[in-house]
Design a protein around this ligand. Structure first.
Ligand code: URP
Ligand code: ZN
Ligand code: ZN
Length: 467
């Protein structure tokens, strides 16, 4: 079957062009500059007045995440359908090895959980929560399965935390293989002291979640893993959910020393803050408890993060989608303090719209929007030959985006399985008009019309971006 998307403005990371996109089966076969006649097709899609952009790639989501006390509220089914509505056609979730557990088993179990249950294409990163010799052998072997990234934590002692020696060994493995090491960078040992002291003082409201995780402890961990990456011989390093000016400064400093370091931020750090959101107290404030935490609007974190996105000191915008309903998950009968609330914010559906708002406000260019949300995550996580660009030979994952539309975000209308929206009532200019996954329309006129089980596991190569 041959499809042509006519009359749109095709936007890639490196520029925009008035062109028609020709699709055969699941692949883009040609991008034809406007004016050429005689493109015959079985299906015609009119994109006049619209942007034609690559499907979004969200490289950091947690669907059906089992925290030990609860499970994140979006399943692979509900989360991927919500993502599709928002113009995301590929996600990367996580397989999670815990201390004492087997990497190989955690990977096999998570593959079985996701397989056949996704509406869009997907892959996994491998979390190493207990770095030892066998875990490193198993992680290295995952390259043969099409998995080219691991994740480490300097936070959450006793659960997922790795000490500096464990991190160094894992980074040495990454320097050797070229695998990307993602790191949740906060000084978890120091944070646990601050949490204990705050709770003892009776400082238990949601706002203390952020006040016990100060920016300095994020920056310190970013600095430390940057040093360890260099000592390891240039391990590819990717800092997740970077939230503060101080941490960003450490990324910039590390880059100036030639560190092979990249970082992402998330819409919550650009649009939400400590005072207006965490500061709402119980129960609403609990909906804004996530780690790294929301930062104070009295400092310049959000504007510095926007500048980092413009300058490419921040390479990617992911969601870190990790939804928990306020009723019965964030807050249960026994909840008395912020440190009992599961961490996470849901946003898988709204990343493309919230970041397009950055184009409207002049914070980023149209091309940079595509680069941050589609092209760079594809390149950094080894999807570059199939995802993240409108180009001949790529999968026909395409979003037709209406710059004249508007989107009002609300839990009453969103598709996530979540009883609130962190962005409730925000209206953004721009709207997803149509979404194609490998040549098939899966969203049209706000309706999911695809196959709820049509998402495929995508094997990933090594990243082709090295600093
Ligand atoms: O609060 C968050 N981000 N929860 C998800 C797990 C993580 O640390 O990314
Ligand atoms: Zn994290
Ligand atoms: Zn996360």
């Amino acid at each position: 079957m041959r499809t042509v998307i006519r009359n749109g403005t095709v936007v890639n990371a490196d520029g925009r062009v008035e062109a028609d996109v020709v699709i055969e089966g699941s692949l883009i076969v040609e991008v034809v500059a406007r004016g050429r006649e005689n493109i015959n097709a079985d299906v015609e899609i009119d994109a006049a007045g619209m942007y034609v952009i690559p499907g979004g790639v969200d490289p950091h989501v947690h669907l059906e995440l089992d925290t030990g006390t609860t499970v994140s509220s979006d399943s692979f089914a509900t989360g991927t359908i919500a993502a599709a509505h928002g113009g995301t056609t590929t996600i990367i979730d996580f397989a999670e090895q815990r201390i004492g557990g087997s990497v190989a088993r955690s990977f096999a179990d998570r593959m079985a959980q996701a397989d056949g249950n996704c509406a869009i294409d997907w892959s996994l990163h491998q979390v190493l929560g207990g770095v030892d010799a066998q875990a490193l052998i198993d992680a290295r072997n995952l390259l043969q399965e099409g998995i080219s990234s691991i994740k480490l934590f300097t936070a959450y002692p006793g659960r997922l935390y790795s000490d500096d020696g464990q991190i160094l060994r894992a980074l040495q493995m990454c320097a050797d293989t070229g695998m990307m090491a993602m790191v949740h960078a906060e000084n978890g040992l120091a944070i646990d002291v601050l949490i204990e002291q705050a709770v003892q003082r009776g400082q238990v409201d949601p706002i203390f979640h952020s006040l016990t995780r100060p920016p300095e402890l994020e920056a310190e961990a970013v600095h430390r893993v940057g040093v360890l990456s260099r000592v390891a011989g240039g391990a590819p390093l990717y800092i997740v959910h970077l939230s503060s000016t101080e941490a960003l400064d450490e990324v910039v400093a590390a880059r100036s020393k030639g560190t092979n370091i990249f970082a992402e931020t998330c819409p919550q750090y650009l649009y939400l803050n400590l005072e207006d959101h965490l500061g709402r107290g119980w129960p609403e404030g609990a909906g804004y408890i996530c780690s790294t935490p929301l930062r104070s609007k009295l400092a310049t974190h959000a504007e510095d993060l926007w500048a980092g996105l413009r300058r490419d000191d921040l390479a990617v915008v992911s969601t870190d989608h990790c939804p928990f309903c306020i009723r019965e998950q964030k807050i249960t009968v026994g909840t008395t303090a912020f440190n009992q609330v599961p961490n996470g914010i849901g946003g898988i559906e709204h990343r493309m719209d919230l970041m397009y708002q950055g184009v409207v406000t002049g914070n980023i260019s149209l091309e940079r929007w595509v680069e941050l949300c589609c092209t760079a995550p594809a390149k950094l996580f080894g999807l570059q030959s199939r995802k993240g660009s409108i180009a001949a030979g790529a999968d026909a994952d395409i979003v037709i985006y209406d710059p004249k539309g508007t989107t009002t975000i609300s839990s009453k209308t969103h598709h996530m399985n979540l009883d609130y929206s962190a962005y409730e009532g925000i209206t953004v200019e721009g709207a997803v008009n149509q979404v194609l996954l490998r040549g098939n329309t899966i969203v049209r006129n706000g309706q999911f019309i695809g196959d709820a089980t049509g998402g495929r596991f995508v094997r990933r190569e090594l990243s082709n971006v090295i600093r």
